[in-house]
Design a protein around this ligand. Sequence first.
Ligand code: PMV
Length: 367
Amino acid sequence: MTTSPLSVFSTDLARTAKIQDDKLHSAWRSPSNIALIKYWGKKEGQHPANASLSMTLSQAFTETSVTALRSQGPALLININGDNAHPFLPKLQVFFQWLIREIPVFNGFSYCVETKNSFPHSTGIASSASGMSAFTLCMLDIASQIANVDLSREETLHLASFASRMGSGSACRSLFGGFSVWGESDIVAGSSDQYAITINDLVHPGLDSLHDAILVVSSRPKSVASTLGHSLMNDHPFAGARFMQARTHLEQILTALKAGDLERLGNISETEALTLHSLIMISRGGGLLFEPGSITIMRKIKEARDFGLPVFYTLDAGPNVHLLYPDAASDKVEAFIRSELLQFCEDGQVIFDHRGEGPVAITERND
Ligand code: PMV
């Protein structure tokens, strides 16, 4: 049996009982990410059916704080965006149970979790990615304090990537700034099904300031939860073809990233988004996640491109449209968004985001 990397927190429980603090605290801000090569379908052990590639964002993030109180524990009290009965709670509870099985030092404490998003939850902006990665970072930080383990930032992010994928697969890519790959692939050295890796050294510096404007067409919770969506790939009639396509797209997008070729990257991203939605539409139950506004926006982007504007789209499993464009064209694209596209967004909501640097610890507090 292979040892889990989380065994780094295994410690003599008698020693743990001696730690002075009855109250421990950790807080992290972790960003969302946008997949350019989509993860859709999984294998046993929460391993992806194909390797995915994403860009970590900056303005779309979750801030989470966890306070651990010594008690008979472990118990979990969660407050999401001020709501104690949020639909994301059960997913977090299941992940918490996995964490306490993997990291025994969590026993003997209860955990109060407060979490807040900078964007609407469950709308195709990967809220589970930012939420799960922020929660995992807080919990591993607390595990380090209990077990008295000193980890570097790099080690912490690697372990958080390993653990957070059990809460939400896409979360494991949010731990790193810039571009990440999750899923073992012979094309990407060091890639793994168990955690994501950064691939920034394979990316042309011209893409360092790639923009992603997220057009919120609807903030209603999405109708096909990703857990169900992944499972529908198990007997999907096009599963085999999709996994082959994902491999080809990964190879092509890596070439585009290396060359700084936004047009190629954008074309692949659009095909990936349309493939994801097509797979969902013809899955059992036939989910239709576009809103009329999503389709109009996609059409208008294509038209604008025909007039020379370098702008491309992608979508996750929801109606909101992510616009990808280079820094050099940001004034023109943002003027186009304001004049042509904002009218299709719910209450004119748009998040002007861009490639981000990854998670940050908020403040050390122990009061
Ligand atoms: O992490 P999950 O289980 O919520 O799945 C996310 C799937 C997509 O967002 C649709 C694609 C991706 O790779 O992020």
